[in-house]
Write a protein that binds this ligand. Structure first.
Ligand code: AMP
Length: 185
């Protein structure tokens, strides 16, 4: 099964992604992590990615889709994946050919996310400055909300209240995925 996790930074995507991964036995990966690894490379691409990430901007669509599609070709992801942080723009949706079964949107308010992020400060991420976080939230509303509309229209979007407890959210997600499986049969 190919699952996409969407939500602003601080919505709990990696927490739920890791729980789902264990439960469903499907690997979890995030584009943020892929880019943070690439940003360590002392190459022009590495330096470019690092600067872009630290400012909270998005890596250009074409480059992003190339990198992600390439990554997903690995054997590990042959039976599906739980992908966090991609696609983030309609362009990425159009260019991505790997398939998506279900899109889980963890909905939290900007205020709640900012509060959570200030609370968890100290994650050590160089790209987690307040300016970068605010930029990412702004870009989410502008560029990623149309992605949600798209998946809603084709009937594969699941909206989850991300302000509930971790356990409640997890249960809610599983309930929705089971419903999906029944329809598939
Ligand atoms: P995240 O950890 O998901 O907040 O991602 C951190 C940074 O990685 C973002 O601010 C972007 O610079 C880059 N990034 C992650 N996913 C994408 C994507 N789908 N498209 C473009 N840039 C991305």
């Amino acid at each position: 099964m190919k699952i996409i996790l969407v939500g602003i930074q601080g919505a709990g995507k990696s927490t739920q992604g890791n729980l789902l991964s264990k439960k469903l036995n499907i690997p979890y990966l995030s584009t943020g992590h892929i880019f943070r690894v690439l940003a360590r490379e002392k190459t022009p691409l590495g330096r470019y990615i690092k600067e872009t990430m630290n400012a909270g901007y998005l890596i250009p669509d074409k480059k992003t889709v190339e990198i992600v599609s390439d990554y997903l070709k690995r054997d590990t992801y042959g039976n599906g994946y739980i992908l966090d942080g991609f696609p983030r723009t309609l362009e990425q949706v159009k260019m991505f050919k790997n398939g998506v079964d279900k899109v889980i949107y963890l909905k939290v308010s900007d205020k709640e996310a900012l509060w959570r992020l200030s609370y968890r400060n100290g994650s050590g991420r160089e790209d987690e400055t307040l300016i970068a976080i605010r930029k990412r939230i702004e870009l989410f509303h502008r560029l990623t909300e149309p992605v949600l509309d798209y998946y809603r229209k084709i009937g594969i979007l699941v909206e989850i209240d991300g302000e509930k407890s971790i356990e409640e959210i997890f249960k809610e997600i599983l309930k929705n995925l089971q419903r999906h499986k029944r329809i598939e049969k």
